[in-house]
Design a protein around this ligand. Structure first.
Ligand SMILES: [Zn+2]
Length: 355
């Protein structure tokens, strides 16, 4: 179906075009046929730009959640009109002295911890809180600085801002971005961008690291994507993934208003166990769930705003912040209940029989 034929749909009240739907019947993560409805009558409450009403099913075998039916590949673009990664990578406004100092402090920590030479950076020892350190680790996605010539691929690179930073950090970088407008912004930074991972002309075992930052939940076939990532990585190469967590305390607290659902752009939602399972099945090992980088407050405030349908009062904000503070305390003991899953894994080396 041509998208320009249906671009006048009133998103708030209309249905997804029926010829643009596909049905699954089985779990797209593990293939199990049994399932239970987790949430029904879901709509695009986050941006309000997408038509349709959706059911999120939960797989009792692996724990993942998935939409069924869901938008097919030909029409999924309807759900992305004006999506935020189409913004320019770098703003051109003046940078305050305080912000420059925070950046120099963060870079100094990243340089010391991960071996980079990012600038600007303070010289001498830097003191960051544990939470600030985790956020700084996130800046380089827990990837140590590369040896000369090491290659990095970011799948779903958006406007390319992060790849631009990692190129400055010494990586040879490539990006995958299906959205033409975002890809054009990334290309304007001089980055090499391809539109699709599965058909991209990369050689097997040609990358040292691959990252997917809030991408895997958008994919129609996460198994095929991870299999391709496994094939593209050198043995011992690192995969880094961040994705919303279906088992998040916020999902239980806010239900259909939880920000992480983002229906219908999020086709599959993982739990820690289902993410470990799909990675192991794709040939990864040393699968490590990292501590969450962000406090629950942001997700809780956005979810509360979605649930209310308008801005929160001062009192409501205070109450939600208090609930998020308690969620953070619990997540410090149970990271598998965090709002987001952040995982690193290593591509398993092929088995060689002993001589
Ligand atoms: Zn499953």
């Amino acid at each position: 179906m041509r998208l320009d034929r249906i671009d006048t749909i009133d998103a708030a009240s209309s249905s997804w075009p029926s010829q643009g739907l596909e049905t699954l019947g089985t779990c797209p993560v593990c293939g199990h046929a049994g399932r239970e409805p987790l949430l029904t009558e879901l709509r695009d409450l986050v941006f309000g730009i997408s038509p349709g009403t959706w059911t999120l099913w939960r797989c009792p075998a692996c724990g993942a959640g998935y939409l069924d039916p869901r938008p097919d590949r030909a029409t999924i673009g309807l759900a992305y009109a004006g999506y935020y990664t189409q913004e320019a990578a770098h703003s051109s406004g003046p940078v305050s002295a305080a912000r420059t100092r925070r950046l120099a402090c963060r870079n100094a920590y990243v340089n010391q911890r991960w071996g980079y030479s990012l600038a600007p950076a303070l010289t001498g020892p830097v003191r960051l809180s544990a939470a600030q350190q985790r956020r700084a680790d996130r800046v380089v996605r827990s990837l140590p600085a590369p040896s000369p010539g090491e290659r990095l691929l970011d799948v779903g690179c958006g406007n390319g801002a992060w790849l631009d930073l990692m190129r400055a950090g010494g990586w040879a970088v490539w990006g995958v971005e299906p959205d033409a407008q975002s890809a054009a912004r990334a290309a304007a930074l001089g980055l090499s961008i391809v539109p699709d991972l599965l058909s991209a002309p990369f050689a097997d075992q040609s990358f040292d690291a691959i990252t997917l930052n809030h991408v895997i939940e958008h994919l129609h076939d996460p198994c095929a994507t991870l299999a391709r990532c496994q094939a593209l990585l050198k043995p011992g190469g690192r995969l880094w993934i961040a994705t919303p967590n279906l088992d998040a305390l916020g999902r239980v607290r806010f239900g259909r208003a939880w920000r992480g659902l983002e229906t219908p752009r999020h086709l599959v939602l993982f739990t820690a166990a289902s993410l470990r399972g799909i990675l192991a099945a794709a040939g990864f090992e040393s699968i490590e769930l990292l501590p969450p980088t962000d406090p629950a407050r942001g997700m809780f405030l956005e979810s509360a705003r979605i649930a209310r349908g308008r801005r929160l009062t001062w009192l409501a904000r205070a109450r939600v912040k208090w609930q998020a503070w308690w969620a953070d305390r619990r997540v410090s003991r149970e990271p598998e209940r965090a709002e987001e899953l952040v995982v690193v894994a290593v591509r398993r080396a092929p088995y060689r029989a002993p001589p």
